[in-house]
Design a protein around this ligand. Structure first.
Ligand SMILES: *Cc1c(COP(=O)(O)O)cnc(C)c1O
Length: 387
């Protein structure tokens, strides 16, 4: 690996050097006074980043998929109905997890590159008594963003709990968990939260906690049971120690620092910066003749761009771009896997990183003999990002 490479994939991302450095701090006891304070602060800060001041935060060692399971396993009992909104491959994962919990699962699958219309979702919600509706805020396989606010309002109206997968969105795309009525908002450390992989993060609403308390059966996962973790999180928030499973101490050092950086930037400014980066990259893609997977701009995520290769070009482009020091991701959605690529632009990414990435794509296309007007993408990105 070239240590100066730009990792522009939709997670893990290029992390802030200070966040990486703090992970090499000697590992402290998880019950030391210093660690109790640090973890407690991280949990408090998480509620500000999730915009859920009265929520119940959880930080558990694991990846984003564990966060999804932590969300569903605690709300579902056998026979409960779950509505899964699918805008790419990550919705299917929710269905799989829900079926493991013996839920009855219905899906609304949007055509590739689209999110379903609210009217269609409302019709389905009205047709049966759903306990939970799952939504993928940004589906990383398609670059499609769902209308989290509109969908949360529908879920509330029809008495369903909304579980929102924010793995590729949280701290990059606006989501006001409490104001919008999102019951479980979950993410993982390695995307816009900007901490190396290994932490599952989740905030539950009072309504979600109420549903959890009313369960008649045991949660069918030992490690993912909120009942095991809630006393631990409560203890650290009250600046006391408690033990269930050893916390990922060094990752929590990094989380604490990254959350404080996020809050220092300010949530509104941070969401606006992600839009700026996204507008810049998407304008460049258009200028270079790269068609995006989201079929209309309103379906496009701010944290990543999924674009088709131009005619006559394939995954060899990614190799050429890597030779320029920029790492991009290939396709993930099975229907179009070999025909498109993905670029992440989240976390500490700067406008100049967008320019470097666009420049590397121009050079890669030229190296493959593809007709490209050198600088056209960079110019479009500069114009779209402003100063
Ligand atoms: C990355 C991602 C996941 C899975 O996270 P892992 O950390 O790989 O388990 C789930 N949902 C979305 C939307 C993602 O982008």
């Amino acid at each position: 690996m070239n240590e100066r490479q730009l990792l522009m994939i939709p997670g893990p991302i290029s992390f802030d050097p200070a966040v990486l450095r703090v992970m090499s701090t000697p590992t402290d006891s998880h019950v030391s006074a210093e660690f109790i304070e640090l973890f407690g602060r991280a949990l408090d800060d998480m509620l500000q980043v999730f915009l859920a001041p009265h929520g119940y935060p959880f930080v558990v060692a694991g990846s984003g998929t564990l966060a999804m399971e932590l969300g569903l396993a605690n709300l579902i009992e056998p026979g409960d109905r779950v509505l899964v909104i699918r805008t790419g491959v990550f919705g299917e994962r929710f269905s799989d997890i829900a079926r493991r919990q013996e839920a009855v699962v219905d899906e609304i699958t949007a055509p590739l590159g689209e999110a379903p219309a609210l009217a269609e979702v409302e019709k389905q919600l009205a047709s049966a008594s759903y306990k939970v509706m799952t939504v993928t805020h940004v589906d990383t396989s398609t670059g499609v963003a769902a209308d989290a606010k509109g969908l949360a309002a529908l879920a509330r109206k029809h008495g369903a709990l909304m579980v929102l997968d924010g793995v590729c969105a949280t701290a990059g795309m606006e989501c006001q968990q409490e104001a919008w009525g999102v019951d479980v908002y979950l993410t993982a450390s390695q995307k816009a939260i900007s901490v190396p992989p290994g932490l599952a993060l989740l905030v539950a609403s009072e309504q979600a906690m109420e549903a959890f308390r009313k369960r008649k059966s045991l949660v069918r996962s030992y490690y993912a049971d909120w009942g095991k973790w809630l006393p631990i999180m409560d203890a650290y928030r009250g600046r006391k120690a408690a033990y269930f499973g050893t916390p990922a101490v060094n990752l929590i050092y990094a989380l604490r620092l990254s959350l404080s950086q996020i809050l220092a930037e300010g949530m509104e400014a941070r969401f606006a910066r992600h839009l700026q980066l996204s507008d810049g990259f998407k304008a460049a893609a258009t200028a270079l003749g790269l068609r995006q997977v989201p079929v209309r701009p309103e379906f496009g995520a701010a944290t990543l761009t999924a674009a088709y290769y131009p005619e006559g070009v394939g995954a060899e482009l990614l190799k050429k771009v890597a030779d320029e020091g920029v790492i991009l991701a290939g396709g993930l959605h099975p229907d179009i896997k070999t025909r498109y690529f993905r670029v992440g632009h989240m976390g500490p990414t700067l406008p100049s990183d967008i320019l470097a990435t666009v420049g590397a794509i121009e050079r890669g296309l030229a190296a493959l003999g593809h007709p490209v007007e050198m600088g056209a993408g960079v110019q479009a990105a500069q114009k779209a990002m402003g100063v």
